[in-house]
Ligand binder design. Structure first.
Ligand SMILES: [Zn+2]
Length: 62
């Protein structure tokens, strides 16, 4: 699985591979400049960044 890092907010999103390269599951980065977005692998440390609650469903509630 490819993850997308928003280097501006240090947040990891899930990448949608079926469409645009920089599209995310939650669509949060559609308005973010490409130079602030970076594709990263699964091995990218979760400790260093925040996981998007909408992409990874880790928020534990709304
Ligand atoms: Zn997201």
């Amino acid at each position: 699985m490819v993850r997308v890092l928003n280097s501006h907010t240090d947040t990891i999103h899930k990448s949608r591979t079926d469409e645009h390269y920089h599209r995310t599951e939650c669509g949060a980065l559609s308005h973010v400049d490409h130079h602030e977005v970076e594709a990263v692998g699964d091995e990218f440390g979760d400790d260093a960044v925040s996981l998007c609650g909408r992409c990874f469903d880790t928020s534990g509630g709304y």
